[in-house]
Design a protein around this ligand. Structure first.
Ligand SMILES: O=C(O)CCC(=O)C(=O)O
Length: 313
């Protein structure tokens, strides 16, 4: 068991986020990277066959290849829908990774549900569409969720630094309550207040193996990737299932709002009662249901632009 120690828990409570260095082993990310490689390979093959690129860039490093392909094909952030490969057993090893669930147990309690959100983000070089303005995740989930504790988990698949679009957070901003935000033409929430006037942002450079946990009220942003490589990352969301806690009326409304946002009931991935935990088959069925709903919603919103590269949480 690798639960958080008291000082890590205090830090999360105080700052609204916790960065755990080398919490998971880079080999734990191999299958996720392999899946991406497969998708990029297919993407390159299709573009090559239709004459949009003149070579497959096969020998290029993981973080460079898609940047080169899309640059030549004059594509922005798009790779077709990464959720197509979503129900792969390999992904569930990461979602149910014991270190991740142990850390979450310290924050959420013994019962943990995964909301279904599994976003692979490809922040391609110099693409403004992949910038995330300062936001709190509850601004996306709905106002009522400010009374609920939802933990976001952010996992880099490559080295991330200020030049290629690492995350920034504002320590302590989770104590500000929910600030007003408005959806922009980019379909992202833009906070109405200048949050950098209120708190001091910190950049969070990370390496594969590091994991970041932050709350649904913690302000975070990611800026332009000004390097020439793709910043690949994965993010996930978890919550305590309602049976695990006596919810107040406000929290119950928050939970319903989260469910409405994700269009699925969060699925239990850790419990003191093993029979309550989802099997691999249940997780796969759940993931298929989640991604088909999500893809349909995103396609409707943006008129067919491929989702998930830039999709809000
Ligand atoms: O990965 C990014 O660039 C932004 C991620 C984000 O805002 C989130 O996971 O809520």
């Amino acid at each position: 068991m690798t639960h958080l120690n008291p000082s890590e828990m205090d830090s999360y409570r105080d700052q609204g986020y916790l960065l755990l260095r080398q919490a998971i082993k880079p080999p734990d990310l191999v299958s996720v990277r392999a899946l991406i490689l497969l998708l990029v390979d297919k993407h390159a093959g299709q573009l090559y066959q239709t004459g949009k690129i003149s070579c497959l860039y096969e020998g290029e490093p993981f973080e460079r290849r898609l940047a080169l392909i899309n640059q030549q094909a004059k594509l922005g952030a798009s790779l077709w829908d990464l959720t197509r490969a979503f129900d792969c057993p390999e992904l569930f090893h990461l979602i149910c990774h014991p270190v991740i669930l142990d850390s979450l147990e310290s924050l959420l309690g013994a019962e943990i549900a995964w909301t279904g959100s599994y976003v692979t983000r490809l922040k391609v070089p110099r693409n403004e569409g992949t910038i995330f303005p300062w936001h709190q995740d509850s601004q996306y989930y709905g106002q009522a969720t400010q009374h609920l504790h939802v933990v976001s988990l952010w996992i880099p698949l490559v080295d991330v630094a200020e030049d290629n679009g690492c995350l920034y957070v504002i320590p302590g901003s989770h104590k500000w309550n929910l600030l007003k935000g408005q959806r922009g033409a980019d379909n992202k929430v833009h906070t109405l207040e200048e949050v950098e006037q209120r708190g001091q942002p910190v950049a969070l450079p990370m390496r594969p193996g590091d994991i970041l946990l932050f709350s649904n009220l913690t302000f975070h942003t990611s800026k332009l990737n000004s390097s020439n490589s793709v910043r690949w990352s994965v993010d996930l969301r978890y919550v305590a299932p309602p049976q695990a806690q006596r919810l107040t009326e406000q929290q119950r409304r928050g939970y319903d709002s989260l469910k409405t946002h994700y269009r699925v009931e969060p699925i239990t991935v850790r419990s003191r009662q093993p029979e309550k935990m989802a099997s691999l088959a249940q997780l796969q069925a759940f993931a298929r249901c989640y991604s088909s709903q999500r893809t349909a919603v995103v396609k409707t919103h943006v008129g067919g632009i491929e989702p998930h590269a830039w999709m809000p949480s």
